[in-house]
Design a protein around this ligand. Sequence first.
Ligand code: ADP
Ligand code: MG
Ligand code: MG
Length: 535
Amino acid sequence: MATTFDFSQWPPSLTDSQLETLTHHATTYALSHGLTYLPPAPTQPSSPSSAIHAPISLLPAPVPRSLFKKTQCLQSVYNMLYARVATNDDFLDREMGAEAGVGKADEFVRTLWKGWKDIRDEGIIQPLHLGLFRSDYLLHTGGGDGTLSVKQVEFNTISSSFGPLSERAAAMHRYLHALTNYYDISPHLKSENFPPNNTTSGLAQGLAEAHEAYGVTGAYILFVVQPDERNVFDQRWLEYELLENHSIRVIRQTFAELSSSAKLDPETCVLRLTIPSAAPNSSTLIEVSTVYFRAGYTPTDFPTEEHFKTRFALERSRAIKCPTIPLQLAGGKKIQEVLSQPGVVETFLSSSDTITNHTTDDAASLRETWMRMWALDTPTPPLPASIPPDAHKAENEPLGTKLARINASSLVLKPQREGGGNNVYKSDIPAFLDTLTAAERQAWIAMELIVPPAGVGGYLVRAGGAGGSAWTSWEKIVRAETVSELGVFGWALFGKEGIVKERGDVGWLMRTKGVESNEGGVAAGFSVLDSVVLV
Ligand code: ADP
Ligand code: MG
Ligand code: MG
């Protein structure tokens, strides 16, 4: 679309005293409404006594209405696509397996895939998978003709976080608007331009549907969490919603705790946990209907073999997993790249479906949001027009690697990892490629960089003293040039027979980072929680 909105004029100016007042109202609202984190500490206390407000933006970030709507409309297509990828064993074996796929080169992927393969060989007990998804996008100005589009950064199938906190960030902006009218600084800041965002109920509904499909009254939903997690309130809001509006109880445990508390019934594979009961020195057994992983997406979540054993026991169980291992593998950057190859996504969306009635047009709409991606080890990536087709022949490197060298300044390289901080950007790429063995190349993809609007900024507020090293030179509030990443939530409960239930209108997340930071993880301290103003 052609843009009339001038991003370089955002944010509108605020006086120092207006900034101070807005910051005061924003931080007190955040603290009152659980838009919070636990404070940094080497070890989190089991019963904390304090919280800090999450890093936040004082004004919402502008997004053209039609592009925002497009991302919302695509979510059900993505739900369907990833349900189909996760239930296509041959495809996942080929791309992520230990014999021919990324598992050959990447030990973490290999371990997960092998665990899944063993369980498959024994026979899958629970045919259903639950995915709580988040598709991430940036605005892109790089079409070359002055138009603006949305481009997908990645698709998350595990531990898709910040649903509840993003709902609260949006509510905070609506509150600031209602209270101060944002001092009439912009005609865009009016309530009809603040889209609704009810992620908490939407995501909890997905978990509740899985619980209901499992069908045992009184069973619990298990949240598998990381030890010393600071982003606990984002998770707690889902627990409260499940209890208050669905009468479902949640138990939170780490892999280490589960290694002694979890038992599978040898006959039925029912997952039961031994938990302390109210009476002194006694315990009780609870049944688990659904396992929701907020841990297990990164190798550091598995410091010992025992941690993997526990992960596989949960996978083997009758409980419904969010996600299963195949669904986790489907979220790999490799899969994103393979889907973008000519004809591939079309094979997943070409048949019509009774729920969302997908057609090949859906594949075309997804493709519109994709940047060019290729594998470092393939000889035949799609060639950028600027590269002569025989450019690779001079050197003993696969064309994919050669192209990554030549185009480094407009690329990011990504491994099969989640959680931020794993990618290699631009001028770091050539030297990094020198360190990769031929075998290791298979674990990485190259992706063209999305080019967000330049000159757009925001007022970013963080609790003093909190955050990672990227923040240390920042004041409590700074006006910074920024990049904003939109995440769109959806969920699907599905099996090999197809989708049981799905929702593509669950809500969204806006995260804003300083433009100088390549990465954008809020939890990692590089970015702030934000919301959307439609322009
Ligand atoms: P992770 O799963 O670790 O979050 P991402 O693919 O989201 O990995 O990459 C992390 C961050 O890197 C993103 O939030 C975004 O800020 C930046 N990034 C990733 N891909 C691109 C891209 N193609 N163009 C511009 N920035 C990107
Ligand atoms: Mg991710
Ligand atoms: Mg990401």
